[in-house]
Design a protein around this ligand. Structure first.
Ligand SMILES: *[C@@H]1O[C@H](CO)[C@@H](O)[C@H](O)[C@H]1NC(C)=O
Ligand SMILES: *[C@@H]1O[C@H](CO)[C@@H](O)[C@H](O)[C@H]1NC(C)=O
Ligand SMILES: *[C@@H]1O[C@H](CO)[C@@H](O)[C@H](O)[C@H]1NC(C)=O
Ligand SMILES: *[C@@H]1O[C@H](CO)[C@@H](O)[C@H](O)[C@H]1NC(C)=O
Ligand SMILES: *[C@@H]1O[C@H](CO)[C@@H](O)[C@H](O)[C@H]1NC(C)=O
Length: 755
């Protein structure tokens, strides 16, 4: 999952899960005809073909089977191994084939590419007020109710108050989507107008239900953040109380379930969801799922988003939870909007009082009121089960502690894996005090009284334990505190863009820490063994949570400007962002992109940097993607040599600027040509304001742009000269186009690539 509910931020499969999965995969492989002919392992692949006659689905399907039978030998074998034909937005099929067969297919004239199917990970409501979209914000309710947001996730909870349809009219006329009728799913309504699931590998997931229902909670949470109804008195055991709501409470929701509890989210299913969503008529797609490739042409999230873009649909994707290391970013294709996670001014603390009067403020959410004044306190390191388990006991890992010495006590543990509180609780302990140096900006939810303290505090506690004969402590129920904000979350993936040195990613930051939104009652708060906490709302953290915030802002913009292109909407979001502090966030733009999303300003940006499909193709040609472009675009018609030549920096009309220094000896000169479109008052005049640090010279020409009508376009040239200095790693500058009413701000980033 791409949230930070569990700690550390990635959930690992257990050996049992893996074993079961392996067994099932073996059974499936053996069932696929052709297996007996050779011992070569067969895997799911996606085979992309050229353009086709989009009207005739069954003919296209037959073509797929025919094509595959030319390598399989027989029509029947081929039919058996195809699990899905994509015939709507792109022409492709998914099938279980050997790598030999994949190679044979890829050499065929009609075949554009063959990619293996991989599995991705998933990456209140105070947050809307915090970023400036209060309940009272100006709205266009009529148009808002015609907007359909598509969410690719773990499914949805139809019974949630966030998705009730009181006051909603029939779905917008353009809507062609459907609702899967299946077990445990009550069906759609006028708010939740679409819900489907995709599970093409056919492997049963015993922990999940073959239905759009959400047994995980992640999809319910992201969907309600994006477009959930107003729900008053939302809270988590009394914490974070308030009115929960999405960015566009009047918009309609369509869930495409592509993520499954055990297996994750597969390429085949993600592509099938894109195909459905595009044909159904969604306006905005939100994907809080991890990319697995930096090659745009082989990553299903990027490929699908390109096809969505061709139909005018904008896709938002989470930047990933692999921060704070540099270059850890995912989902950085130029046509995706890549969203980083920031913290709001609310945090959760638990007071821990010790027998000697020491009073420490711990981090995290513990919903339990103590029943005793004080509990005996021990250190995990001192109560190992035996000599061999000593090393694990400080981390309180399963089977490492002596249950007799834990009974009724609080245990001090180092935080190594998630679920330490559950381990202590199961062997009779009362709770745990956990020591961690990382991710102290996120509130983890515990299933027993527990809290996280830093190393300094842990050392003090340890000294107390060893200097007292009967150390004791008590952990109080968590409370909210106000903290300084915004800041980029420690876990949020950082740039520079691993895909290209010429494009700044992430694009934007939005709240993704301790977000309260709807949850499922099918899962306890932690999902850990023995957890008895259930709640209709919960707190989650992750770029999974920030992504739907910005997707929601796009839907909000679209309710005012239904005809704006995906690039215009993205530009509006980027150029109106509230700049964030370089001092607070040392990785600066690599952490927050243009800054914190600013919903109300984004509706009225003044100027936009627009682009279209051709702009991206041009960019990719300059990036050297020439040979593999047809895979992405879905046709063999692209010839990079015939695309207008230009400098690499010119190739795309992006609202941000990134310069990578050539080397440490030579001055780098980067020239950008950009075009802005007037979407503000017809007659307006913009003057350029450049901010640049020492050693960087930036010129813009012309220095003012005047417009006499709406949608008028004006071009300018920006030249960045960076002198070689050994010290600079990454510096921030900016260009602002200022009129009386608007500031159209673009960050300019200059950095030296590490290699
Ligand atoms: C799903 O439906 C099946 C069959 O009706 C039922 O046995 C099962 O308990 C249901 N599961 C959940 C989680 O509701
Ligand atoms: C511990 O400190 C917090 C604030 O730092 C305070 O509110 C609380 O009353 C203190 N508790 C005790 C028992 O001193
Ligand atoms: C560690 O935690 C204590 C208690 O909450 C706090 O006072 C202190 O500032 C923290 N130290 C660091 C280095 O974060
Ligand atoms: C691509 O375009 C160039 C220039 O227009 C032309 O010379 C070349 O033959 C074309 N290549 C293909 C494969 O069509
Ligand atoms: C832009 O610059 C011109 C000339 O220097 C000046 O007259 C005008 O007031 C400026 N406009 C704005 C909005 O700053």
């Amino acid at each position: 999952m791409w949230n930070k509910k569990t700690f550390p931020h990635r959930r690992f499969l257990t050996y049992w899960h893996l074993l079961i999965l392996l067994l099932m995969m073996m059974i499936i492989i053996m069932m696929c005809p052709g297996y007996v002919k050779g011992f070569e392992e067969k895997e799911f692949h996606i085979v992309f073909l050229g353009d086709h006659d989009k009207e005739d689905y069954s003919a296209a399907q037959k073509t797929h089977i025919h094509l595959l039978s030319s390598v399989k030998g027989s029509y029947a074998d081929a039919k058996e191994c195809i699990v899905h034909s994509y015939t709507k937005s792109f022409n492709a099929f998914a099938a279980k084939i050997s790598s030999d067969e994949a190679i044979k297919l890829s050499r065929m004239e009609q075949v554009l590419s063959v990619i293996p199917n991989r599995y991705h990970k998933l990456h209140t409501t105070r947050s809307w007020d915090f970023i400036g979209l209060p309940l009272t914000a100006r709205r266009n309710l009529q148009r808002e109710s015609n907007i359909v947001v598509g969410v690719f996730d773990t499914g949805i909870t139809p019974s949630s108050d966030s998705f009730k349809d009181v006051g909603f009219g029939p779905p917008p006329a353009k809507w062609k989507g459907a609702c899967a009728h299946s077990a445990n799913f009550s069906g759609c309504n006028k708010k939740l107008i679409g819900a489907r699931y995709f599970k093409l590998d056919g492997i049963r997931d015993p922990a999940d239900i073959l239905s759009p229902i959400d047994v995980d909670g992640h999809g319910t949470h992201t969907s309600s953040t994006l477009a959930g109804n107003l729900v008053s008195n939302a809270n988590l055991y009394g914490l974070a109380k308030g009115t929960a709501r999405g960015a566009v409470p009047s918009a309609r929701v369509a869930m495409y379930k592509v993520c499954w509890v055990t297996s994750g989210c597969s390429d085949m299913d993600i592509l099938a969801a894109y195909e459905a969503a595009i044909a159904d008529g969604v306006d905005v797609i939100s994907i809080s799922i991890g990319g697995v490739s930096s090659e745009y042409t082989t990553d299903s999230i990027a490929v699908g988003a390109f096809h969505a873009l061709k139909k005018g649909i904008i896709t938002f994707a989470s930047a990933g939870n692999d921060g704070p290391s540099l270059g850890s970013l995912a989902n950085h294709a130029p046509w995706l909007v890549t969203v980083a996670a920031s913290g709001t001014d609310r945090a959760f603390r638990s007071n821990v009082i010790f027998g000697n009067g020491l009073n420490v403020s711990g981090i995290g959410v513990s919903t339990f009121n103590p029943k005793q004044h004080l509990y005996p306190l021990v250190s995990g390191a001192d109560i190992a089960l035996n000599e061999e388990s000593k090393e694990y006991a400080r981390f309180c890992i399963e089977n490492s502690l002596d249950p007799k010495k834990v009974n009724g006590k609080l245990v001090l543990c180092k935080l190594g894996s998630s679920g330490v509180d559950s381990v202590v609780k199961r062997i009779g302990g009362t709770g745990a005090i956990l020591e961690s140096e990382q991710f102290l900006d996120v509130a983890q939810i515990f299933m027993a009284p527990a809290t996280i303290v830093n190393t300094t505090a842990a050392d003090t506690i340890n000294n107390y334990i060893h200097s007292s004969r009967s150390a004791s402590a008590v952990i109080y129920k968590s409370h909210e505190i106000q903290i300084r904000a915004p800041f980029v979350a420690s876990f949020s993936s950082r740039g520079p863009n691993p895909g290209t040195k010429r494009l700044l990613k992430p694009d934007i930051a939005a709240p993704g820490v301790n977000i309260l939104a709807s949850y499922t009652l099918l899962k306890s708060l932690t999902g850990l063994a023995g957890d008895t906490q259930f709640s209709k709302f919960t707190l989650m953290s992750g770029t999974s949570m920030s992504c739907p915030h910005v997707a929601g802002v796009a839907a909000y913009i679209k309710s005012f400007h239904p005809n704006w292109s995906p690039a215009a909407i993205r530009s509006a979001i980027i150029t109106t962002a509230k700049p964030m502090s370089r001092r607070v966030n040392i990785e600066a733009e690599f952490a927050y992109g243009a800054g914190q999303v600013n919903p109300r300003k984004a509706v009225n940006p003044g100027l936009v940097y627009d682009t279209n499909e051709l702009g991206y193709i041009q960019f990719l040609c300059h990036e050297g993607y020439g040979g593999s472009l047809d895979k992405l675009v879905g046709s063999k018609s692209i010839n990079c040599s015939s695309i207008v030549p230009g400098l690499g920096y010119d190739a795309i009309n992006y609202p941000t600027f990134q310069v990578s220094l050539l080397n440490k000896k030579q001055t780098t000169v980067a020239e950008f040509r950009r075009t802005v479109t007037n979407v503000g008052p017809a007659i307006s005049m913009y003057n350029a304001t450049i901010r640049a640090p020492k050693g960087i010279e930036i010129k813009v020409e012309p220095t003012s742009l005047s417009f006499t009508r709406k949608l008028q376009r004006r071009s300018f040239k920006l030249v960045v000269k960076a002198k070689p200095t050994s010290s600079i790693e990454m510096v921030s500058a900016s260009l602002g186009w200022k009129s009386l009413r608007h500031t159209v701000r673009s960050p300019i980033v200059i950095y030296s690539p590490s290699e």
